[in-house]
Design a protein around this ligand. Structure first.
Ligand code: UD1
Length: 417
């Protein structure tokens, strides 16, 4: 599975089911540590980032096994509180284990997490919230030693609504005495799914989806079954693919409400979109117009994770679309690869301007990061001729099998090993 080959230029038709959400299941896997018993995660996507989380859980002494798309985790035998460097480097989300390990064990040791592909990704806010709960954190040469024998709930205001810092704060607060009130928390739907999971195992968390989240710590936990929410960025990818290639497609297992800024942009560009309970349909003639100005922002704003994907959909549009990336410093690395296919994009600092061209041509391109890689698939489907996408391991961090899903929609796409 080293390359994906796309023969683009044809429309997409049909219906496909969207996988469970990566950004939801990763913090939930860290949260399984809070319960010294068994949990079942239904609709858990088979992703390399999920495998990395499973390796961390097993290192800590937990058991994890698959039954189809259900992942069973038993944390009753958890015995370690350290995560070795090679496991920390596999993904950025490994840092979410910090709050969970502290809550369960009272101390934790790990190095800094990997994943700097979008520019600098500091963890200062994560550490600040843990310190406010009473954890003693020492940083020496990229290594973190944390002790938190007694954490106490209190009001904590985040300076920016960081998704990861919100998750770490919630997990640590579950192990703190009394009530924690988190102000300026991230409002992403994945935080709601984490709350749903925590409530299912008996933790007392409320307010997710709003800017204020309240956690009553040290509650008795119990075994539970949880279904992982649908992946809104995977859904956005497949919508962008049909928008770019043309055709009529229905996605199942989606929450229409989570996609409102993405569907608004696609509508603006000329797609016809209808949504209902658990489904969304999109029709496009493949000739889009401008989507105006797209400014990424924390939820409910336009997701930074869909920026590259929407950009790829608009490469052949009539008109000009402006992207303003406000979340990450370096999130236009896919642009050079898209230019190889004939795209006209100019970038200045955090602004990218896409001027539609009449045609794209297939090329050999390389994934630079997860969503940048997904954007290459979208562009490849809209390009004439053959596109070879290399560096697919980036894509497999977040997409279970994009070849299977896009082929189900009639795309001429295959793995080349
Ligand atoms: C999560 C998502 C990622 C998405 C991002 C923004 C997961 C696994 N990943 O990443 O797909 O692109 O939200 O929606 O859920 N920041 C700091 N200090 C910190 C933490 C963050 O300065 O301690 C900054 C970051 O550099 C960035 C901004 O805050 O500029 C937002 O980052 P954050 O919301 O924390 O993103 P992640 O949780 O890393």
């Amino acid at each position: 599975m080293s390359e994906i080959i796309i023969r683009g230029g044809g429309p997409l038709e049909g219906s496909v089911e969207v996988q469970g959400a990566k950004n939801s299941v990763l913090p939930i896997l860290a949260a399984t540590i809070l319960h010294p018993g068994q949990v079942a995660l239904r609709g858990c996507p088979h992703l390399s980032d999920v495998d990395a989380s499973i390796r961390i859980l097993r290192h800590l002494g937990c058991q994890a096994r698959w039954e189809g798309d259900e992942l069973l985790v038993d944390s009753s035998a958890l015995s370690r509180w350290d995560i070795p460097d090679h496991l920390m480097r596999e993904m950025r989300s490994s840092v979410i284990f910090l709050g969970a390990i502290l809550a369960r064990m009272g101390w934790a040791e790990m190095s800094y997490p990997g994943g700097c592909e979008l520019g600098p990704r500091p963890i200062d806010l994560h550490l600040a919230v843990l310190r406010k709960l009473g954890a003693d954190l020492r940083e020496e040469g990229g290594h973190l030693r944390c002790t938190a024998q007694h954490m106490e709930g209190r009001e904590i205001a985040l300076s920016i609504p960081s998704v990861g810092a919100t998750e770490n704060a919630i997990l640590a607060a579950c192990g703190a005495e009394g009530e924690t009130v988190l102000v300026n928390a991230a409002r992403e739907p994945e935080i709601c799914d984490l709350q749903n999971f925590l409530q299912a195992i008996g933790c007392q968390v409320r307010g997710a989806g709003s800017s204020t989240i309240c956690i009553q710590g040290r509650r008795e936990t119990h075994d539970a079954v949880h279904t992982v929410m649908p992946d809104r960025i995977v859904a956005a990818t497949y919508l962008a693919a049909v928008a770019a290639a043309g055709g009529t497609v229905e996605l199942r297992n989606v929450d229409y409400r989570h996609l409102s800024t993405v569907t608004a942009a696609l509508h603006e560009a000329g797609c016809r979109i209808t949504g209902g309970e658990g489904r969304i349909a999109l029709r496009s003639d493949g000739r889009l117009g401008s989507a105006g100005t797209i400014r990424t922002a924390p939820y409910p704003g336009f997701p930074t994770d869909a920026q590259a994907i929407l950009m790829a959909a608009l490469l052949r549009s009539q008109g000009t679309t402006v992207f303003v990336e406000t979340i990450f410093e370096s999130r236009y690395r896919h642009v050079d690869e898209l230019r190889r296919m004939g795209a006209e994009i100019s970038v200045a600092d955090r602004v990218a301007v896409v001027t539609g061209v009449p045609r794209l041509s297939g090329a050999n391109v390389q994934c630079t990061d997860l969503r940048g890689g997904a954007a290459l698939l979208v562009a490849g489907l809209a390009a004439e001729g053959v596109t070879k996408v290399g560096g697919v391991r980036h894509i497999l961090r977040g997409y279970e099998d994009p070849v299977r899903d896009l082929a189900a929609l009639g795309a001429k796409i295959e793995w080349e090993s």
